[in-house]
Design a protein around this ligand. Structure first.
Ligand code: SAH
Ligand code: SF4
Ligand code: F3S
Length: 471
């Protein structure tokens, strides 16, 4: 760790203490503990940021509550598709009415949407009750920003175009005691032509392997058994470090951490998936049998316009290699329908890839125009009705393919990590298989956070119903 990092963490610790003192006075006036709520709109990386922000707030003395009717509400936004943005405006309407009843309430916005200057201008003009706006590069400064807001009494807006440094050793909370996400890199350099992420998350930066290992070791000592290594393109991890290291090598080092049982990672870009990585996955005892390998489209012509840098054939060859080397691998993907210029023939290529790759599941998205990206100014935008009709057809094929995949394991006994009560039926627990599929089975709560063997009795599309085997 270099001294600059040490001092930044120390500075923030001082601000946390300063906020704590101010907030204690407020709590005394109100005669109760102050509450906070964070709503997260984005991906796993946003979720991880929310855990860090929660860690800072809890050290200041705030306690979590499950409603937005709280003393401090933080909306951690996403802007990858237009509907993610729209949701935020819906929440803001509600927050305004809460704040009328509780004038001391603080409303803060952060995350990817705040990295778009037009959004921030709009917010400052139309939502004057917002107390604090910051972006994706300065979340570690939450305490400092909040302190400025509390002392000055005026709104604070702090936005950076790109990241300055990676700050280590700040507090964080964990939603689950037994599993956790771990950032290994930030940002993205790929500039897929439809995607806003490189603009709002900045250039690719990898954390030092030592910092990653140290963080995971600490988590394991606190009871974590499963980690998810996070990055927009994990396969290019380590390339920009002063002592470059490959993602495969990082995985080897993480594998050696004693007490850690399962390793997951996302997301993998097909163009950077190396043979070395496939070999490490194949030979590993801890890396889960699941790979999320976004294809986006099955049409070579569209892939080129998307700037994905692989073709339909090279993608299918990669899938074939993976299936050969790791036969029990479960494969999932992301697909965009209605990208500018998509013809019926392009769409059929996508359907063809879905069938041939045999995905266990696929996240499907209607193309959403993001201002500032190259695709937004492409001329031949696909009419919404056409895109929607294709989207429905794609959903059917995905459901069919994934049902036949899940069917194959019925009757087998699999080891699962029990994650909690089932969302659908409170009498059931939910466990996650190594291949990322879920199984619901009747058992008591004390198994949560532990591994057990479950027989997969019935496939229900994307999940199973099962029975715990005690032998
Ligand atoms: N870094 C990851 C993806 C991050 S965004 C990767 O490259 O795989 C998650 C998914 O959102 C993408 O895989 C893509 O399918 C989808 N997506 C991104 N931009 C989009 C847009 N403008 N319209 C629709 N879907 C989009
Ligand atoms: Fe977006 Fe492409 Fe980067 Fe993924 S790899 S975040 S889709 S630009
Ligand atoms: Fe959304 Fe930002 Fe993630 S735009 S998908 S929250 S990186």
């Amino acid at each position: 760790m270099d001294t600059q990092e040490t001092s930044q963490a120390q500075i923030q610790t001082e601000y946390i203490k300063a906020c704590k003192l101010l907030l204690e006075q407020q709590a005394k006036r109100q005669g109760r503990q102050l509450t906070y709520h964070i709503s997260t709109f984005g991906c796993q990386m946003n979720f991880k940021d929310s855990e860090k922000l929660a860690g800072i707030l809890e050290q200041m003395g705030y306690v979590e509550t499950d409603t937005e009717d709280a003393d401090l509400v933080l909306l951690n936004t996403c802007t990858v598709r237009e509907n993610a943005n729209q949701k935020v405006y819906g929440h803001l309407g509600m927050l305004k009415s809460y704040k009328k009843r509780n004038p001391d309430m603080l409303v803060a916005l952060c995350g990817c949407m705040m990295q778009e200057p037009s959004v921030v201008t709009y917010l400052s003009e139309h939502y004057r009750f917002i107390d604090l706006i910051f972006g994706t590069h300065n979340i570690y400064k939450l305490a400092q920003l909040l302190y400025t807001r509390l002392e000055s009494g005026s709104p604070v807006v702090d936005l950076w175009e790109d990241a300055k440094e990676i700050v280590e050793d700040l507090p964080s909370v964990r939603k689950y005691s037994f599993k956790s996400g771990v950032n290994i890199m930030f940002g993205c350099n790929n500039f897929c032509s439809y995607c806003i992420v490189p603009y709002v998350r900045g250039r690719e930066r990898s954390r030092e392997p030592e910092d990653i290992i140290r963080e995971i070791e600490q988590m394991v000592s606190e009871g974590v058994v499963e980690v998810m290594l996070l990055g927009q393109n994990v396969n290019s991890y380590g390339k920009t470090l002063s002592q470059p290291i490959s993602f495969a090598e990082l995985l080897r080092r993480v594998e050696r951490i004693e007490g850690l049982k399962r390793i997951r990672f996302m997301t993998s870009h097909p163009k950077d998936l190396s043979d070395e990585l496939i070999a490490v996955m194949r030979d590993s005892k801890k890396i889960c049998r699941h790979l999320h390998l976004p294809v986006q489209s099955g049409s070579t012509r569209l892939l080129e316009r998307m700037n994905r840098r692989y073709t339909k054939d090279s993608y299918l060859q990669l899938v074939e290699k993976l299936r050969r080397e790791i036969p029990d691998l479960s494969l999932t993907t992301d697909i965009i329908v209605g990208f500018p210029g998509e013809t019926e023939a392009d769409f059929e290529d996508t359907i063809d890839v879905v069938r041939r790759a045999g995905y266990d599941s696929a996240y499907t998205f209607l193309y959403s125009k993001r201002t500032g990206t190259p695709a937004a100014s492409m001329e031949d935008q696909v009419p919404e009705s056409v895109a929607k009709e294709r989207f429905q057809r794609l959903l059917k094929v995905v459901a069919e393919v994934s049902a036949s995949r899940t069917e194959r394991l019925v009757g087998e006994v699999a080891e699962v990590l029990v994650e909690g009560r089932s969302d659908q039926d409170a009498a059931m627990l939910t466990g996650r298989l190594s291949n990322n599929l879920l199984v619901h089975f009747p058992e008591s709560e004390d198994l949560i956070g532990r591994f057990c063997n479950v027989r997969l009795d019935e496939a229900k599309g994307f999940y199973y119903l099962g029975t715990r085997m005690t032998k």
